[in-house]
Write a protein that binds this ligand. Structure first.
Ligand code: ATP
Ligand code: MG
Length: 320
Protein backbone atom coordinates (compact mmCIF):
# COMPACT_ATOMS: atom_id res chain seq x y z
CA UNK A 1 0.00 0.00 0.00
CA UNK A 2 1.26 3.46 -0.88
CA UNK A 3 1.64 5.65 2.22
CA UNK A 4 1.62 9.43 1.90
CA UNK A 5 2.61 11.67 4.81
CA UNK A 6 0.64 14.91 4.75
CA UNK A 7 2.04 17.97 6.52
CA UNK A 8 -0.30 20.97 6.26
CA UNK A 9 2.02 23.05 8.49
CA UNK A 10 1.16 26.68 9.16
CA UNK A 11 -0.78 29.57 7.66
CA UNK A 12 -2.11 28.99 4.16
CA UNK A 13 -0.44 25.54 4.16
CA UNK A 14 -3.51 24.42 6.12
CA UNK A 15 -5.79 25.85 3.43
CA UNK A 16 -4.09 24.68 0.23
CA UNK A 17 -2.94 21.21 1.33
CA UNK A 18 -6.49 19.87 1.85
CA UNK A 19 -7.22 20.73 -1.81
CA UNK A 20 -4.10 18.89 -2.99
CA UNK A 21 -4.79 15.94 -0.72
CA UNK A 22 -8.39 15.71 -1.96
CA UNK A 23 -7.10 15.45 -5.53
CA UNK A 24 -4.69 12.63 -4.59
CA UNK A 25 -7.30 10.83 -2.49
CA UNK A 26 -9.87 11.01 -5.31
CA UNK A 27 -7.40 9.51 -7.77
CA UNK A 28 -6.16 6.91 -5.27
CA UNK A 29 -8.83 6.12 -2.69
CA UNK A 30 -6.86 3.03 -1.68
CA UNK A 31 -3.75 4.95 -0.56
CA UNK A 32 -3.03 5.61 3.09
CA UNK A 33 -2.76 9.32 3.92
CA UNK A 34 -1.53 10.17 7.40
CA UNK A 35 -1.04 13.59 8.98
CA UNK A 36 2.19 14.74 10.60
CA UNK A 37 1.90 17.99 12.54
CA UNK A 38 5.07 20.06 12.55
CA UNK A 39 5.71 23.79 12.47
CA UNK A 40 5.26 27.03 14.30
CA UNK A 41 1.63 26.54 15.36
CA UNK A 42 2.66 23.29 16.99
CA UNK A 43 5.61 25.07 18.65
CA UNK A 44 3.36 27.78 20.03
CA UNK A 45 1.15 25.12 21.58
CA UNK A 46 3.78 22.65 22.82
CA UNK A 47 7.19 24.39 22.54
CA UNK A 48 8.26 21.68 20.09
CA UNK A 49 8.18 22.33 16.35
CA UNK A 50 9.27 18.88 15.18
CA UNK A 51 10.27 15.76 17.12
CA UNK A 52 12.47 12.78 16.27
CA UNK A 53 9.25 10.73 16.01
CA UNK A 54 7.93 13.15 13.39
CA UNK A 55 11.12 12.69 11.39
CA UNK A 56 10.75 8.89 11.66
CA UNK A 57 7.13 9.12 10.52
CA UNK A 58 8.15 11.20 7.50
CA UNK A 59 10.91 8.71 6.67
CA UNK A 60 8.40 5.83 6.74
CA UNK A 61 6.27 7.35 3.95
CA UNK A 62 6.55 6.63 0.22
CA UNK A 63 6.25 10.36 -0.39
CA UNK A 64 5.50 13.51 1.58
CA UNK A 65 3.01 16.25 0.71
CA UNK A 66 4.08 19.38 2.57
CA UNK A 67 2.32 22.72 2.98
CA UNK A 68 4.46 25.46 4.49
CA UNK A 69 5.86 26.24 7.88
CA UNK A 70 6.33 29.66 9.39
CA UNK A 71 9.85 30.31 10.58
CA UNK A 72 9.88 33.28 12.94
CA UNK A 73 13.05 35.41 12.78
CA UNK A 74 13.96 34.24 16.28
CA UNK A 75 17.62 33.29 16.83
CA UNK A 76 16.50 30.42 19.10
CA UNK A 77 14.09 28.84 16.59
CA UNK A 78 15.51 26.32 14.12
CA UNK A 79 13.77 26.07 10.77
CA UNK A 80 11.68 22.90 10.53
CA UNK A 81 11.85 22.55 6.76
CA UNK A 82 15.65 22.94 6.90
CA UNK A 83 15.85 20.16 9.46
CA UNK A 84 13.61 17.90 7.36
CA UNK A 85 15.58 18.56 4.17
CA UNK A 86 18.80 17.78 5.99
CA UNK A 87 17.69 14.73 7.99
CA UNK A 88 15.95 13.18 4.99
CA UNK A 89 18.88 14.19 2.78
CA UNK A 90 16.64 15.81 0.16
CA UNK A 91 19.49 17.35 -1.75
CA UNK A 92 17.81 18.36 -5.01
CA UNK A 93 15.06 20.98 -5.00
CA UNK A 94 13.28 20.98 -8.36
CA UNK A 95 11.23 24.04 -9.23
CA UNK A 96 9.56 23.92 -12.64
CA UNK A 97 8.40 27.19 -14.21
CA UNK A 98 6.34 26.52 -17.32
CA UNK A 99 4.39 28.81 -19.57
CA UNK A 100 3.68 29.78 -23.16
CA UNK A 101 6.99 29.31 -25.00
CA UNK A 102 9.18 28.33 -22.06
CA UNK A 103 9.78 25.31 -19.87
CA UNK A 104 12.37 25.98 -17.18
CA UNK A 105 13.51 23.72 -14.37
CA UNK A 106 15.42 25.40 -11.58
CA UNK A 107 17.53 22.75 -9.81
CA UNK A 108 18.43 24.25 -6.47
CA UNK A 109 21.13 22.69 -4.30
CA UNK A 110 19.23 21.95 -1.14
CA UNK A 111 21.66 20.73 1.50
CA UNK A 112 24.43 23.28 1.99
CA UNK A 113 25.46 26.68 0.64
CA UNK A 114 24.24 29.56 2.76
CA UNK A 115 21.78 27.17 4.46
CA UNK A 116 24.62 25.19 6.03
CA UNK A 117 23.27 25.88 9.51
CA UNK A 118 26.78 26.87 10.58
CA UNK A 119 25.99 30.21 12.18
CA UNK A 120 26.90 32.11 15.28
CA UNK A 121 26.78 35.52 16.87
CA UNK A 122 29.85 37.12 18.30
CA UNK A 123 30.29 40.55 19.77
CA UNK A 124 29.22 43.02 17.11
CA UNK A 125 28.48 40.63 14.27
CA UNK A 126 26.55 37.55 13.19
CA UNK A 127 28.06 35.00 10.81
CA UNK A 128 26.65 32.36 8.47
CA UNK A 129 29.08 30.07 6.69
CA UNK A 130 28.44 29.35 3.03
CA UNK A 131 29.55 25.78 2.45
CA UNK A 132 30.14 24.46 -1.07
CA UNK A 133 31.53 20.94 -0.91
CA UNK A 134 32.87 18.72 -3.66
CA UNK A 135 30.41 15.98 -2.71
CA UNK A 136 27.42 18.34 -2.51
CA UNK A 137 28.22 20.07 -5.78
CA UNK A 138 28.93 16.81 -7.57
CA UNK A 139 25.60 15.23 -6.72
CA UNK A 140 23.54 18.30 -7.63
CA UNK A 141 25.63 18.95 -10.75
CA UNK A 142 25.15 15.34 -11.78
CA UNK A 143 21.41 15.41 -11.05
CA UNK A 144 20.89 18.55 -13.13
CA UNK A 145 23.14 17.37 -15.95
CA UNK A 146 21.29 14.07 -16.23
CA UNK A 147 17.98 15.91 -16.25
CA UNK A 148 19.24 18.18 -19.04
CA UNK A 149 20.51 15.15 -20.97
CA UNK A 150 17.17 13.37 -20.57
CA UNK A 151 15.34 16.45 -21.85
CA UNK A 152 17.86 17.08 -24.62
CA UNK A 153 18.51 20.66 -23.48
CA UNK A 154 21.60 22.61 -22.38
CA UNK A 155 22.47 23.32 -18.75
CA UNK A 156 22.81 26.80 -17.27
CA UNK A 157 25.02 27.09 -14.19
CA UNK A 158 23.87 30.03 -12.04
CA UNK A 159 26.78 31.33 -9.95
CA UNK A 160 28.65 34.32 -8.60
CA UNK A 161 32.19 33.04 -9.15
CA UNK A 162 33.46 36.55 -9.88
CA UNK A 163 33.00 37.39 -6.20
CA UNK A 164 32.64 34.12 -4.29
CA UNK A 165 35.54 31.66 -4.25
CA UNK A 166 33.10 28.95 -3.20
CA UNK A 167 31.28 29.41 -6.50
CA UNK A 168 34.45 28.86 -8.50
CA UNK A 169 34.38 25.33 -7.13
CA UNK A 170 30.65 24.97 -7.77
CA UNK A 171 31.03 26.14 -11.37
CA UNK A 172 33.99 23.85 -12.01
CA UNK A 173 32.25 20.78 -10.71
CA UNK A 174 28.94 21.45 -12.47
CA UNK A 175 30.79 22.08 -15.75
CA UNK A 176 32.61 18.77 -15.38
CA UNK A 177 29.35 16.95 -14.65
CA UNK A 178 27.70 18.52 -17.69
CA UNK A 179 30.58 17.38 -19.90
CA UNK A 180 30.39 13.91 -18.42
CA UNK A 181 26.66 13.74 -19.15
CA UNK A 182 27.27 14.99 -22.68
CA UNK A 183 25.23 18.20 -22.36
CA UNK A 184 26.36 21.63 -23.41
CA UNK A 185 26.48 24.21 -20.66
CA UNK A 186 26.80 27.89 -20.01
CA UNK A 187 27.82 29.53 -16.73
CA UNK A 188 25.89 32.73 -15.91
CA UNK A 189 26.21 35.19 -13.06
CA UNK A 190 23.14 34.93 -10.92
CA UNK A 191 22.29 38.64 -10.84
CA UNK A 192 22.33 38.98 -14.63
CA UNK A 193 20.50 35.67 -14.89
CA UNK A 194 17.69 36.89 -12.61
CA UNK A 195 17.01 39.69 -15.07
CA UNK A 196 17.49 37.67 -18.24
CA UNK A 197 15.17 34.88 -17.14
CA UNK A 198 12.39 37.50 -17.14
CA UNK A 199 13.42 39.08 -20.45
CA UNK A 200 14.18 35.87 -22.36
CA UNK A 201 12.61 32.93 -20.55
CA UNK A 202 12.69 30.86 -23.74
CA UNK A 203 16.51 30.79 -23.58
CA UNK A 204 16.56 28.76 -20.36
CA UNK A 205 15.86 25.09 -19.77
CA UNK A 206 17.61 23.44 -16.83
CA UNK A 207 19.32 25.85 -14.43
CA UNK A 208 21.47 24.49 -11.61
CA UNK A 209 22.49 26.79 -8.78
CA UNK A 210 23.36 26.98 -5.11
CA UNK A 211 20.83 26.99 -2.31
CA UNK A 212 19.78 30.59 -1.72
CA UNK A 213 20.33 31.68 -5.33
CA UNK A 214 17.92 28.93 -6.40
CA UNK A 215 15.38 30.08 -3.84
CA UNK A 216 15.48 33.67 -5.04
CA UNK A 217 15.67 32.81 -8.74
CA UNK A 218 12.56 30.63 -8.58
CA UNK A 219 10.54 33.31 -6.77
CA UNK A 220 11.68 35.82 -9.41
CA UNK A 221 10.64 33.40 -12.17
CA UNK A 222 7.23 33.21 -10.52
CA UNK A 223 6.61 36.58 -12.19
CA UNK A 224 6.43 34.73 -15.52
CA UNK A 225 3.52 32.52 -14.48
CA UNK A 226 1.29 34.68 -12.30
CA UNK A 227 3.04 34.68 -8.95
CA UNK A 228 3.96 32.49 -6.04
CA UNK A 229 0.60 30.78 -5.91
CA UNK A 230 1.46 28.93 -9.14
CA UNK A 231 4.86 27.37 -8.40
CA UNK A 232 5.29 23.79 -7.19
CA UNK A 233 8.46 22.08 -6.08
CA UNK A 234 9.95 18.70 -5.31
CA UNK A 235 12.67 17.99 -2.76
CA UNK A 236 14.38 14.81 -3.90
CA UNK A 237 16.92 12.53 -2.24
CA UNK A 238 18.22 9.12 -3.19
CA UNK A 239 15.58 7.46 -0.98
CA UNK A 240 12.88 9.96 -0.07
CA UNK A 241 10.94 12.76 -1.71
CA UNK A 242 8.90 15.68 -0.40
CA UNK A 243 6.59 17.88 -2.50
CA UNK A 244 5.66 21.42 -1.48
CA UNK A 245 4.55 24.72 -2.98
CA UNK A 246 7.41 27.20 -3.43
CA UNK A 247 5.50 29.76 -1.40
CA UNK A 248 5.59 29.99 2.36
CA UNK A 249 2.84 30.24 4.95
CA UNK A 250 1.83 33.76 3.81
CA UNK A 251 0.66 35.02 7.21
CA UNK A 252 -0.78 38.16 5.57
CA UNK A 253 -3.57 36.24 3.81
CA UNK A 254 -3.83 33.19 6.09
CA UNK A 255 -7.29 32.47 7.48
CA UNK A 256 -9.14 34.32 4.72
CA UNK A 257 -9.75 31.29 2.51
CA UNK A 258 -8.37 33.04 -0.56
CA UNK A 259 -4.98 31.35 -1.04
CA UNK A 260 -4.32 29.98 -4.49
CA UNK A 261 -4.09 26.19 -4.19
CA UNK A 262 -2.54 25.65 -7.66
CA UNK A 263 1.06 25.50 -6.36
CA UNK A 264 0.04 22.84 -3.85
CA UNK A 265 -1.99 20.87 -6.43
CA UNK A 266 0.88 21.00 -8.90
CA UNK A 267 3.16 19.74 -6.12
CA UNK A 268 0.78 16.81 -5.71
CA UNK A 269 1.03 16.27 -9.48
CA UNK A 270 4.83 16.16 -9.16
CA UNK A 271 4.38 13.57 -6.42
CA UNK A 272 2.26 11.45 -8.74
CA UNK A 273 4.80 11.80 -11.52
CA UNK A 274 7.55 10.74 -9.10
CA UNK A 275 5.61 7.61 -8.11
CA UNK A 276 5.10 6.66 -11.76
CA UNK A 277 1.72 8.22 -12.54
CA UNK A 278 2.79 10.73 -15.18
CA UNK A 279 -0.57 10.43 -16.97
CA UNK A 280 -2.45 11.54 -13.88
CA UNK A 281 -0.09 14.47 -13.41
CA UNK A 282 -0.93 15.57 -16.97
CA UNK A 283 -4.66 15.20 -16.32
CA UNK A 284 -4.34 17.47 -13.30
CA UNK A 285 -2.47 20.12 -15.30
CA UNK A 286 -5.12 19.99 -18.03
CA UNK A 287 -7.87 20.42 -15.43
CA UNK A 288 -6.04 23.45 -13.94
CA UNK A 289 -5.70 25.00 -17.41
CA UNK A 290 -9.38 24.45 -18.18
CA UNK A 291 -10.41 26.21 -14.95
CA UNK A 292 -8.09 29.14 -15.64
CA UNK A 293 -9.49 29.48 -19.17
CA UNK A 294 -13.04 29.52 -17.86
CA UNK A 295 -12.12 32.26 -15.39
CA UNK A 296 -12.23 30.24 -12.18
CA UNK A 297 -9.35 31.81 -10.27
CA UNK A 298 -8.40 33.00 -6.82
CA UNK A 299 -7.93 36.76 -6.15
CA UNK A 300 -4.13 36.71 -6.67
CA UNK A 301 -4.86 35.89 -10.33
CA UNK A 302 -7.59 38.50 -10.57
CA UNK A 303 -10.48 36.12 -9.92
CA UNK A 304 -13.03 35.77 -7.17
CA UNK A 305 -12.95 32.10 -6.31
CA UNK A 306 -12.10 31.02 -2.79
CA UNK A 307 -9.57 28.27 -2.15
CA UNK A 308 -12.40 25.83 -1.48
CA UNK A 309 -14.40 26.84 -4.55
CA UNK A 310 -11.37 26.36 -6.75
CA UNK A 311 -10.77 22.97 -5.13
CA UNK A 312 -14.37 21.85 -5.70
CA UNK A 313 -14.28 23.01 -9.33
CA UNK A 314 -11.00 21.18 -9.85
CA UNK A 315 -12.41 17.88 -8.58
CA UNK A 316 -15.39 18.36 -10.89
CA UNK A 317 -13.10 19.07 -13.85
CA UNK A 318 -11.22 15.87 -13.03
CA UNK A 319 -14.49 13.96 -13.18
CA UNK A 320 -15.05 13.36 -9.45
P1 ATP B 1 7.13 32.46 5.04
O1 ATP B 1 7.78 33.28 6.09
O2 ATP B 1 6.39 31.28 5.55
O3 ATP B 1 8.02 32.16 3.86
P2 ATP B 1 6.19 34.71 3.60
O4 ATP B 1 5.66 35.85 4.37
O5 ATP B 1 7.54 34.76 3.01
O6 ATP B 1 5.98 33.38 4.45
P3 ATP B 1 5.21 33.62 1.19
O7 ATP B 1 4.24 32.54 1.41
O8 ATP B 1 6.58 33.21 0.78
O9 ATP B 1 5.15 34.52 2.47
O10 ATP B 1 4.60 34.58 0.10
C1 ATP B 1 4.85 35.98 -0.04
C2 ATP B 1 3.54 36.64 -0.42
O11 ATP B 1 3.02 36.13 -1.65
C3 ATP B 1 2.47 36.36 0.61
O12 ATP B 1 2.54 37.30 1.62
C4 ATP B 1 1.19 36.38 -0.17
O13 ATP B 1 0.67 37.67 -0.24
C5 ATP B 1 1.62 35.92 -1.56
N1 ATP B 1 1.31 34.48 -1.74
C6 ATP B 1 2.12 33.44 -1.49
N2 ATP B 1 1.52 32.28 -1.75
C7 ATP B 1 0.28 32.57 -2.17
C8 ATP B 1 -0.83 31.77 -2.58
N3 ATP B 1 -0.80 30.42 -2.60
N4 ATP B 1 -1.96 32.41 -2.95
C9 ATP B 1 -2.03 33.76 -2.95
N5 ATP B 1 -1.02 34.55 -2.57
C10 ATP B 1 0.14 33.98 -2.18
MG1 MG C 1 8.91 33.26 1.78
Amino acid sequence: MVRIAVVPGDGIGREVIPVAEAVLASLHPDWDFFDVEVGYARWQRTKTACTDDDISALKSADAILFGAVTTPPDPCYDSVILRIRQELDLYANLRPVKGEGFDIMVVRENSEGLYSGIEWRERDRACTVRVVSVAGSTRIGRYASRLAAARGVPLTIGNKANVLKSDILFREICSAEASRAGVSYEARYIDALALDILMHPDRYHVIVTTNIFGDILSDVAGYLVGGLGMLPSANIGDQLALFEPVHGSAPDIAGQGIANPIAAVRSAAMLLDHLGYAGEAERIEEAIQSLLHSGIKTPDLGGEATTEEFGAALLLALGF
